[in-house]
Design a protein around this ligand. Structure first.
Ligand code: G16
Length: 518
């Protein structure tokens, strides 16, 4: 072990000073702020990643630089733990502390204090320009290389090969579906999507749109999964591309979220969000486990957040165990690990399916007693490979959805009719201090500011089927308000009334008071 290279850190740190006026926070998924404010954070994250790797016996750690679902000029950086999961929560505090050390000396002290590490000198490998889920895959593949749990070849090609070969097996013999239009949000999904389309050949016809990755200001601008989810409408750029009845999907800027949608015969837009994906996937996996003769041996469970549409929660909880956890894939992921097969999706389209080690063992040792059982078992095994189990992955989830649609001969309309979404509305409120908002009960209730929850309850009671909650965003400097009710106008009105309450409670610029529907 070499000792801490204090002088090297000192001279580099001097080149990346932290401005005293800013405070950084490792939030829901890493540091997010204006791209031009991130320089000192990037440097310190590099140090933290090295320390994390040392702490874990030299395991590979991932560092992803991405604006994710946010448009320019935002940017961000997030860390990936050795099994391809999000950074362990206890280290988020270390990340925040390092990022906020006010001087070079304070930074060196913080590094030295961190679990008493005396060595750095980590090796770095550049994964190049790729999606967030590919980075998660690579980290797991590197760390499991040559072991029983080997996750695949540790290259982007290895990732594409793993996904495409299992997809081809899953859809072999099924009639090819009509072309799928894919909105790449002008982000890196366009690059990896192009390679995936090439690998898949004629097993899936993909029409890639919004692929302008070099156009300034285009990223997530009036396109992408977050635009579709929050605006509940078609990206304008797809208006001339998408035909009634045709399926389309949007990735977000770093391709870890996925939203599906279609236009009906009248040209009306219908959204198939993370809840609809979770329902489709869970139903299919339950059906396969039964067909494989594994009923009672392997349990499927669902994890959602408070944003899950009430229609989906009702439908799913009548059939399967459903757990609600706070926003953030890390929370969903950990909860899903408690099931044999855990299906987790945020309504925003971020999610995946986890197969427990015992379930993987069961799948590899189970002896099918009929040809039909054998086929179902093979499908389950192939699903474990088409699904990126490290994190939500738009391209992998897309192949999963396409597999199911091909097996069920479903169009968007048939998939959509599994249950009816309650009309809902999401509103952002800009407040002076979002830190004043604290929640409990998986973010469904406010405990601070005091008294505000009682006022919300009183308001919600006036709306039929009304439900609303308020939480501080972990990725943007805003407070989010969600509301649903049985009628569209009621959901909209409730959302804006709650937003108004929130705004009045904490005060702020009157010009920014949420005014629609008031
Ligand atoms: C990140 C998290 C997601 C979360 C989202 C929004 O998404 O990974 O789990 O839903 O932020 O968080 P918030 O409402 O706290 O701003 P991404 O796609 O940016 O990684």
């Amino acid at each position: 072990m070499t000792s801490l290279p204090v002088e090297a850190i000192r001279s580099l740190a001097e080149q990346h000073p932290k401005p005293s006026s800013v405070q950084f926070q490792y939030g829901t998924a890493g540091f997010r702020t204006l791209g031009n404010a991130l320089d000192p954070v990037m440097f310190r994250v590099g140090i933290l990643a090295a320390l994390r790797s040392k702490k874990l016996d030299g395991k590979t750690i991932g560092v992803m630089v991405t604006a994710s679902h946010n448009p320019e000029p935002d940017n961000g950086v997030k860390l990936v733990d050795p099994r391809g999961e999000m950074l362990e929560a206890s280290w988020e505090t270390h990340a925040t502390n390092l990022a906020n050390a006010p001087t070079t000396n304070a930074l060196i002290e913080a590094v030295e204090a961190l679990h008493g590490f005396k060595a750095l000198g980590a090796e770095a490998r550049n994964a190049g320009v790729t999606t967030t889920p590919v980075l998660h895959y690579l980290v797991r593949a590197i760390n499991t290389k040559g072991t029983k749990g080997s996750y695949g070849e540790d290259t982007e090609e290895g990732y594409l090969e793993k996904l495409s070969s299992s997809f081809k097996k899953l859809v072999a013999g099924k009639p090819a579906l009509p072309s799928l239009v894919i909105d790449c949000a002008n982000g890196v999904g366009a690059v990896v999507g192009e390679k995936l389309a090439h690998q898949l050949g004629n097993s899936l016809s993909m029409i890639l749109t919004n692929t302008a990755i070099d156009t300034l200001g285009a990223l997530n601008n009036a396109c992408g999964a977050d635009f579709v989810k929050t605006q509940q409408k078609l990206p304008p750029s797809l208006a001339s591309v998408l035909k009634p009845g045709q399926r389309a999907c949007s990735l977000d800027g770093d391709a870890d979220r996925l939203m599906y949608y279609y236009l009906d015969d009248q040209g009306h837009f219908h959204m198939l969000d993370g809840d609809k994906i979770a329902t489709l996937v869970a139903a299919f996996i339950v059906e396969l486990t039964k067909s494989a003769g594994l009923e009672g041996k392997v349990q499927v469970g669902i994890v959602q957040t408070a944003y899950a549409n009430g229609g989906s929660t009702k439908y799913l909880s009548e059939r399967l165990p459903v757990k609600c956890v706070p926003t953030g894939v890390k929370h969903l992921h950990h909860a899903a690990e408690h099931y044999d097969i855990g299906v987790y999706f945020e309504a925003n389209g971020h999610g995946t399916v986890l197969f427990s080690p015992e379930t993987l063992e069961t799948l590899s040792t189970h002896q099918p007693s009929t040809p039909a059982q054998s086929t179902a078992l093979n499908h389950l095994v192939n699903l474990t490979n088409v699904i990126n189990q490290t994190v939500g992955d738009a391209l992998s989830d897309m192949l999963l959805v396409e597999t199911i649609l091909a097996h069920k001969s479903y169009s968007g309309l048939e998939w959509d009719s599994l249950y009816v979404d309650l009309p809902n509305r999401l509103v952002k409120v800009v407040v002076a201090d979002r830190g004043a908002f604290k929640t409990e009960d998986a973010e469904r209730r406010l405990i601070s500011p005091p008294g505000l929850q009682a006022k919300l309850d009183e308001l919600v009671r006036r709306y039929e089927g009304g439900r609303s909650f308020v939480r501080p965003s972990g990725t943007e400097d805003v407070v989010r308000v969600y509301a649903e009710a049985i009628a569209r106008s009621q959901a909209d009105e409730l959302a804006f009334r709650v937003a108004g309450l929130v705004y009045d409670e904490v005060g702020g610029d009157p010009a920014k008071r949420p005014s629609e529907f008031m």
